[in-house]
Design a protein around this ligand. Structure first.
Ligand SMILES: Nc1nc2c(ncn2[C@@H]2O[C@H](COP(=O)(O)OP(=O)(O)OP(=O)(O)O)[C@@H](O)[C@H]2O)c(=O)[nH]1
Ligand SMILES: [Mg+2]
Length: 298
C-alpha cells in the first residue's frame, strides 16, 4: 500500500524535481540559477507572488554570501517551502467528529467524503454520511454507492429538500445511534457569495443547535488540476465561511505540486489532505515536511 502511494505521488513530483536536481547539483550558483529556479517554480503553479517572494529572499541570501552552492539552495528552499505550508498548520484532534465538505462543482467533495469515511472506518469508527446535496438528483445516489463500498451509513433527504433540513435529521440520527463521525456532503453549485454564505450559515446553525458540544470542521475541496483558477473560487468560500482546512484533490492529474504553496500564501488555510486518484485509498493526511522533501528530491 505504502509503495503504491509513493508511486502515485512520484508522478506529481517528477516534473518539478528532475529540473530542480540539476540546480541542486551545481557547485556554484549565480543569478542565472535563481532565474531558472523562478521559472521552474512558476511553471509548477506556485503563483507569481509566492515565486517572487521566494526568489527575492534567496537573492538576498546569495548577496549576503550564505547561499553559495546548489546544496545550500536545496536546504534553504526546503526550509522556506516547509514554513510556507505549515503556517498555519492543520491540527487534527479526536474532538473533530463533524466534517462539512464544501467546494465548487466537480472539485471532488463527494469522492473526498468517501475517502475520508474510508480512513475513519479503517480506524474502526462508525461513520454517518449526510447527503445534503439535494440540488443534483443523482448526488444522494452517488453517495449511497460510496456508503455501501465503505461500510458507512447514509442519511438521504428528498430531492429538492432544504439541505439544512437534511443536516438536521442527520444530526438526530448521529446522536440517537451514537455514530463516531458525521460527514456532510454539500452541493457544489456556485451562486452568489450571499447565497453561499446564507446556505452555509444555515447548515452551521442547525449543527450548533442540535450538537452544541461538537466542533464543526469545514473542509474545502480544491481541484489541483485547475491550477491558479481554482484559487479564485477558493477565495470566495474563504470569504463566505470559516474554513478549517483544504483537501487538495486530483494531484495525480498534474505534475504541478506548486499549487500547494500558492494556496498557503493566498488564503492562509492549511492543507489538511491531498487526494491522488479515484480509489478509496487515494487520500493522505498532508505532511508538509514530507511533501516538500519529496517534491525537491525525487
Ligand atoms: N484523478 C482523480 N479524479 C478525482 C479525484 N477526486 C475526484 N475525482 C473525480 O472528479 C470527478 C468529480 O468528483 P466528485 O467527488 O463527484 O466532485 P463533487 O465536488 O462532489 O461534484 P458535485 O457534486 O457535482 O459538485 C469524479 O469523476 C471523480 O472521480 C482524484 O483525486 N483524482
Ligand atoms: Mg458531489
Amino acid at each position: 500500500m505504502f509503495g503504491f502511494i509513493k508511486n502515485a505521488l512520484k508522478r506529481i513530483y517528477s516534473a518539478i524535481s528532475s529540473q530542480l536536481a540539476t540546480l541542486f547539483a551545481l557547485h556554484e550558483i549565480d543569478t542565472a540559477t535563481l532565474e531558472k529556479l523562478e521559472r521552474i517554480l512558476w511553471e509548477a503553479d506556485t503563483g507569481i507572488e509566492t515565486t517572487k517572494k521566494l526568489t527575492t529572499e534567496l537573492r538576498d541570501e546569495m548577496a549576503r554570501g550564505v547561499l553559495k552552492t546548489g546544496a545550500d539552495l536545496h536546504t534553504s528552499l526546503q526550509k522556506k517551502l516547509t514554513h510556507l505550508v505549515t503556517n498555519p498548520a492543520y491540527t487534527p484532534s479526536p474532538k473533530q467528529r463533524i466534517f462539512l465538505l464544501v467546494g465548487v462543482n466537480g472539485s471532488g467533495k463527494t469522492t473526498a467524503a468517501s475517502k475520508l469515511a474510508h480512513l475513519f472506518i479503517t480506524q474502526k469508527k462508525r461513520v454517518l454520511f449526510a447527503a445534503a446535496d439535494t440540488f443534483r438528483a443523482a448526488a444522494p445516489e452517488q453517495l449511497s454507492i460510496w456508503a455501501s463500498r465503505t461500510g458507512a451509513t447514509i442519511y438521504q433527504g428528498l430531492p429538492g429538500q432544504d439541505p439544512a433540513a437534511v443536516v438536521f435529521q442527520a444530526c438526530e440520527k448521529f446522536k440517537k445511534e451514537e455514530f463516531d463521525i458525521l460527514i456532510i456532503d454539500t452541493a457544489g453549485r456556485l451562486q452568489t457569495k450571499t447565497h453561499l454564505m446564507k446556505e452555509l450559515e444555515k447548515i452551521g446553525a442547525v449543527i450548533k443547535r442540535h450538537l452544541p458540544d461538537e466542533p464543526i470542521t469545514t473542509l474545502l475541496t480544491i481541484d489541483a488540476m485547475l491550477g491558479q483558477n481554482s484559487l479564485d473560487q477558493a477565495l470566495l468560500f474563504n470569504e463566505s465561511t470559516h474554513l478549517d482546512g483544504i483537501i487538495l484533490t486530483k494531484l495525480d492529474g498534474t505534475g504541478k505540486g506548486g499549487i500547494v504553496f500558492a494556496i498557503s500564501a493566498r488564503i492562509q488555510v492549511p492543507v489538511a489532505f491531498i487526494t491522488f486518484g479515484e480509489q478509496l485509498e487515494d487520500i493522505k493526511a498532508f505532511n508538509a515536511e514530507e511533501f516538500v522533501s519529496d517534491l525537491l528530491s525525487h
